[in-house]
Ligand binder design. Structure first.
Ligand code: MG
Ligand code: MG
Length: 571
């Protein structure tokens, strides 16, 4: 299908927007009026620029507060039609009236819209009428459609907007009763589920399909049932997107439509990873001691690179002497089809990383995640590059999850990446208090829970904490804590007594947790014991023990952890 985007969805000047939108591969644009008003170029030059870039101007928008008024005003419309002729746009979006003067009278609305469409037709222009979710009298898409049907003019149709439909909880199945040729345009936006005023929700929190909680594929399937043949067009108002890099946001929008289309056609399913193969950390020699205390042993060295393999049970950590401070730089995922996984990632516009390798070394497929973390798709061949490589038994059994701090403005992009490229499903989304701000956090996992990731974003005001962590699954967190307390107490993040006073008030827990610095949580499935090491460079480790099918990540304890880290649990 043709793919469009409203210029309001990305940052920059109109010229910058058009160039970025074209570079991302879109076929067309909706020109948002404010972008045009602020542009120094005359409409003819904008038209020529779009044409040079290969973009069609699919719609001009919005035209507000027109219908169902006490007096008909075609003068304002006439001026817009002349502008649109200069711009080469032949579809005008009219959104439902929000003016206090508007009259609750469908026949009047239909009559005035019919007169508008007649006048538009003289200019070769058509009108698409859209129900705003907060329209004064018309705020349901089927209500707008009834008015369009009543007006009965060939140049008047309706514009469907997924946000206005789904934010009100309307059932999109009703779309199937609208003739496809009367749906003049389809605008797509997703959004997180939020309990707030719908106007504020729309103006600040819309996001690209797949980044929120709406069932966009279901809605689009209903639209396609009607025979609608127009573009899929993104119309997103988002505070982060307004500030983020123009080209990057445009590419992310394109990724969302590619993923949505694949969803619709039931093709190009992600190759879902089967587990963590490894986590790779930059190291300057300071991590080995800590890993040794956690029961890891160095079990191999890379044949040609300055990389060591440290292993315990099913947990494998690569320490890469890059010369940079300790940080999580790459994640290896066990993949049933590494080449297919990389190809799928590439189809979703993920940068595939070139791998320099020596003869006989395993070929590794890798792509860059939005935060720059390298994601490797692995079969077992990579282990052959490390010799010798003997597993070491211990209480740590594998990698439970990795937590990645996302770059400012790119949180939604990351969520879409992990969802569309790796097939992870979004789980809980939280906002956690930090001593100096707020931390936004979103957990994602494969259906079987074998690959779990937590994406974190430091909000405005939060101290910059570009820390990542690797959480290691352990059979005996208490035993691990006892050993660390005895042999390497400085590596444990200290937890305040006040936490334990409260914990013991809420739950009957082993009093030894307080002495050991072990944190506790429970949900309806089971219990969670976890501890944190101090931060080394930009990374720390969490040791976790899930019992009885506990699903969470101990998020209730994260504010305690953040405060303890600020207090200086840092090496
Ligand atoms: Mg809209
Ligand atoms: Mg964690």
């Amino acid at each position: 299908m043709r793919k469009s985007i409203a210029t309001v969805s990305v940052s920059g000047t109109l010229t910058e927007k058009l160039e970025a939108i074209a570079a991302a591969g879109f076929d067309g644009v909706e020109i948002f009026e404010n972008d045009l008003l602020a542009c120094p170029l005359p409409p003819e030059r904008i038209r020529a620029l779009a044409a040079d870039l290969g973009l069609s101007i699919d719609m001009y928008q919005p035209f507000r507060d027109f219908e169902a008024m006490p007096t008909l005003d075609l003068r304002r419309a006439e001026r817009k039609f002349r502008l649109m002729e200069r711009l080469g746009a032949d579809l005008l979006l009219v959104c439902s009236n929000v003016s206090p003067q508007a009259i609750d009278d469908d026949e009047l609305a239909a009559e005035q819209l019919r007169l508008l469409a007649e006048r538009a037709a003289d200019h070769g222009i058509r009108i698409a009428y859209e129900a705003l979710a907060w329209g004064r009298h018309v705020n349901e898409y089927l209500h707008a459609w009834r008015i369009v049907r009543m007006a009965d003019h060939p140049d008047l149709g309706t514009c469907l907007d997924s946000f206005h439909i789904l934010s009100r909880g309307s059932d999109p199945i009703g779309i199937e009763a609208i003739p496809g040729e009367k749906i003049f345009f389809l605008q797509l936006a997703d959004a997180p589920l939020l309990a707030m005023d719908v106007l504020q929700w729309s103006r600040h929190y819309r996001c690209f399909p797949g980044q929120g909680n709406f069932d966009l594929a279901g809605l689009v399937a209903s639209v396609l049932e009607t025979g609608y043949a127009g573009p899929l067009s993104l119309e997103v108002f988002n505070d982060h997107f307004r500030q983020a890099d123009t080209g990057r946001t445009a590419r992310d929008g394109m990724r969302s439509l590619i993923a949505l289309e694949a969803d619709l056609h039931g093709v190009a399913h992600p190759v879902v990873p089967a587990g963590f193969a490894f986590a790779e950390l930059a190291d300057t020699g300071s991590l080995g001691g800590l890993l040794g205390a956690l029961g890891f042993a160095r079990t191999g060295r890379h044949a040609t690179k300055p990389v060591e393999l440290w292993a315990q049970g099913g947990a494998r950590l690569l320490l890469n002497a890059t010369g940079a401070d300790p940080a999580l730089i790459a994640i290896g995922l066990d993949s049933p089809d590494p080449a297919g996984a990389a190809k799928h990632a590439e189809s979703l516009l993920s940068p595939v990383l070139p791998r320099e390798r020596a003869p006989k070394e395993a070929r590794l497929e890798a792509v860059a995640a939005p935060d720059g973390t390298e994601i490797f798709f692995c079969d077992d061949a990579w282990l052959g590059d490390f010799s010798p490589s003997e597993p070491v038994a211990g209480t740590i059994t594998g990698i439970d999850h990795v937590a990645l701090t996302q770059p400012w403005h790119h949180f939604d992009e990351a969520a879409l990446f992990y969802r569309s490229v790796l097939g992870l499903r979004p789980q809980e989304s939280l906002e956690l208090p930090d001593p100096y701000g707020l931390l936004r956090s979103k957990a994602m996992s494969t259906q079987d829970g074998r690959v779990r990731m937590v994406l974190n974003l430091a909000q405005v005001g939060a101290a910059d904490i570009p820390w990542q962590h690797v959480a290691l699954a352990c059979d005996d967190v208490i035993g691990m804590a006892r050993r660390l307390r005895a042999e390497r107490p400085e590596s444990l993040l200290p937890i305040p007594d006040n936490y334990y006073d409260d914990l013991e008030a809420r739950h009957e827990v082993d009093p030894e947790l307080r002495h050991l610095g072990v944190l506790y949580d429970r949900d309806e499935h089971g219990e969670f014991l976890h501890l944190y090491t101090v931060t080394v460079g930009r990374v720390f480790f969490e040791i976790v023990q899930r019992t009885g099918g506990y699903q969470g990540y101990g998020a209730v304890n994260a504010p305690i952890r953040l405060a303890a880290q600020h207090a200086g649990g840092h090496h």
